[in-house]
Design a protein around this ligand. Structure first.
Ligand code: SF4
Length: 224
């Protein structure tokens, strides 16, 4: 078999993909950094505010550290700074009297909403892709995030593909093939959650089985 000239003179595809993503990440980092820096917030402080805003209930310090993949000391420093700015408050936890429950203040919620409403150049960059290209990209991103979580590079997150309520490809011929047993409704790849407030972790074996079914795609129709 002849080797294509461009196979010899090109970098490997994985390297090219990493390079392309680094360019996009540069845009994301610069733009969001500018927006949040205008509020004198560090990236870790920003992530804490977004995390608290995504949850219905308060979180303990150790839960914040675990979700962000940072040390308790780093989380504690950032929380102290956010408390000084009046964006979060701490209360004694109802569940564990020795722990502190952390939640957003009204000002903290206002701050997250205002910053989320700012134009996002990275979101705008996706507008050149068709809806089906965007959905396929999103599915690939979820696969990559899960892979990095499995290797311990990223902290686990409350994704559909780890959730006890998720049933992939329950409706194989439908445009919304998956089912959420909590909501009681079908949904598509574009609706998959990466950090769902209603999520409940499956045990490890069930997560693995779920992942295999999700990756396998819709089951083949029975022979006629
Ligand atoms: S509860 Fe949330 S994470 Fe679980 S399947 Fe439903 S939408 Fe997905």
């Amino acid at each position: 078999m002849t080797t294509l000239i461009f196979d010899r003179i090109s970098i490997p595809l994985q390297q090219a993909l990493a390079s392309a993503l680094r360019r996009l990440a540069q845009l994301a980092h610069t733009s969001s950094w500018d927006q949040w820096a205008s509020q004198r917030l560090t990236p870790t402080q920003r992530k804490i505010l977004e995390l608290l805003a995504s949850r219905r209930e308060s979180l303990t310090l150790s839960a914040v550290a675990q979700e962000l993949g940072v040390t308790p000391a780093t989380a504690s420093d950032s929380l102290t700074a956010l408390e000084t700015k009046g964006l979060v408050k701490k209360r004694r936890s109802h569940v564990d009297g020795r722990a502190l429950a952390i939640m957003l203040t009204t000002e903290g919620r206002r701050c997250v909403a205002a910053l989320a409403a700012l134009p996002d150049p990275l979101q705008a960059a996706f507008s050149v892709l068709t809806p089906s290209e965007q959905e396929s990209f999103y599915r690939s991103a979820i696969k990559m995030i899960r892979g990095l979580q499995e290797s311990g590079t990223l902290p686990l997150s409350r994704m559909c593909v780890r959730c006890r309520y998720f049933e992939p490809f329950r409706y194989p011929d439908s445009a919304t093939p998956h089912h959420c047993h909590l909501v009681g409704a079908p949904f598509a790849d574009r609706h998959l959650r990466i950090d769902c407030p209603d999520h409940e972790f499956n045990d490890r074996d069930a997560q693995e089985a779920l992942w295999v079914r999700f990756c396998a795609g819709p089951p083949a129709p029975p022979p006629s």
